[in-house]
Design a protein around this ligand. Sequence first.
Ligand code: CA
Length: 242
Amino acid sequence: MSETAAATILVVEDEEAIAEGLRFNLERKGYRVDLAADGQQALNRVASHRFDLILLDVRLPKVDGFEVCQRLRRDNNFTPILILTARNQADDIVHGLQVGADDYVVKPFDLAELLARIEGLLRRQGWKRDPESNGNEEEAPELGRVPFGEYWVDFRSWQAKTRDGVQELSRKEMAVMKIFVTRPNQVITRRELLAEVWELPNHPNTRVVDNVIVALRKAFEENSWRPHHIHSVRGVGYRFVF
Ligand code: CA
């Protein structure tokens, strides 16, 4: 937890009162905080500093949050980005995730929820990117047999109980399932899956992802069109439900 507590967060928010409120609350939680008041400032800050997370309002003067996201990802900067969107702007959420945001919180946000999302993203980041700190990072969260509905996946034996009985899953299928079961009920974008499972962060072709999803649905869904566990989020990716 100590490395999480020392994380540096860039808060990009043009409304000063909100920005200062965020700074106050984040610093109280032990984070280091830097502020940017518009998208251009944010890009400048990111070009010269390393942040552990970017809290990014999408409605910003000069360069908006979507473009900030897009430009960072295009430059192979994969700092976790949590976007702040306005209520009643579902399009903003979808668009934000499409251009590379990792998660979102709707304004006016609940502080406890925002802090939980930040912690969640930082934890994922630590698990993914800290191979030196803890030996083998891929095995960090020790997963055994994980049940869902009538099925289970066993991450030690690479076996799964499927509609056709116990079978071995492929390496990619296991990796996708691991992401699903460790991040249930969250939108997982195809881009994230490409980056994390295939290590192809900027690959334009998501067909490899779709093929694995087809295989997993065949294994775990009676009716692929009305899935119980592996749901599609149109145009964005998937959401796993236990
Ligand atoms: Ca704004």
